[in-house]
Design a protein around this ligand. Structure first.
Ligand SMILES: CC(C)(COP(=O)(O)OP(=O)(O)OC[C@H]1O[C@@H](n2cnc3c(N)ncnc32)[C@H](O)[C@@H]1OP(=O)(O)O)[C@@H](O)C(=O)NCCC(=O)NCCS
Length: 174
């Protein structure tokens, strides 16, 4: 296994029916140790929710044809960006891409593929900002995102049974 062998493919809203099961299968492996959690079990709802957006964008990594991880997101709805209640003043250009999911199957972790998926998802985006949510109980994941240029701007608990996520924000075109 090597990152060189992992091929990245880009998908959009119209591709959701074709990639939906792949996303569910990768998630089942990536979150195998957390599948007793009800929030984690609602992942198919989130796939359909994000995939229904016209601006949905997804990158899946394939190792010799086998899906090993993915990143997806969509442009944030203006006025409802996850950072909005946490900054004293909105940035001059508030356009934001929301990175909703990033996951890599355990056997392919620590290979650099997560960074490649994330970089590929955000490459050539027109938005000024990228935002994501991370479970603060996973400080090493948060630290990983900080090495990618994100900074924590606050907390957000979108659902009563979800973690009280850290909101992480970065400039896209520094
Ligand atoms: C987050 C992820 C994509 C990073 O992949 P990666 O770049 O290959 O990096 P690693 O898997 O080595 O993760 C970095 C560190 O975070 C830790 N970590 C990763 N996922 C974690 C989780 N769900 N809970 C707690 N710690 C976690 C790892 O153990 C590692 O720490 P270590 O260096 O001490 O071993 C991958 O770990 C993953 O898919 N995790 C499960 C899904 C997830 O948590 N996604 C993030 C949601 S905000």
């Amino acid at each position: 296994m090597s990152t060189v062998a992992v091929e990245l493919r880009h998908f959009g809203h119209d591709d959701l029916p074709a990639i939906r099961q792949t996303l569910l299968d990768v998630h089942a492996d990536a979150y195998a140790d957390a599948m007793d959690d009800e929030f984690t079990q609602r992942f198919p709802w989130f796939v359909d929710h994000w995939g229904s957006r016209p601006g949905f964008a997804c990158v899946i990594g394939y190792d010799d044809g086998e899906p090993v991880g993915f990143a997806y997101g969509a442009p944030a709805v203006p006025g409802r960006e996850w950072w909005r209640e946490h900054l004293p003043e909105p940035p001059a250009d508030p356009s934001t891409f929301a990175v909703s999911e990033l996951m890599v199957r355990p056997a392919w972790r620590k290979t650099g593929i997560s960074a490649r998926l994330h970089t590929a998802l955000l490459a050539h985006r027109s938005e000024a900002l990228a935002v994501l949510l991370v479970d603060p109980d996973h400080p090493k994941v948060q630290a990983l995102y900080e090495t990618w240029g994100y900074r924590k701007v606050g907390h957000r608990q979108p659902f009563p049974d979800s973690p009280n996520f850290a909101v992480m924000l970065r400039d896209l075109h520094r």
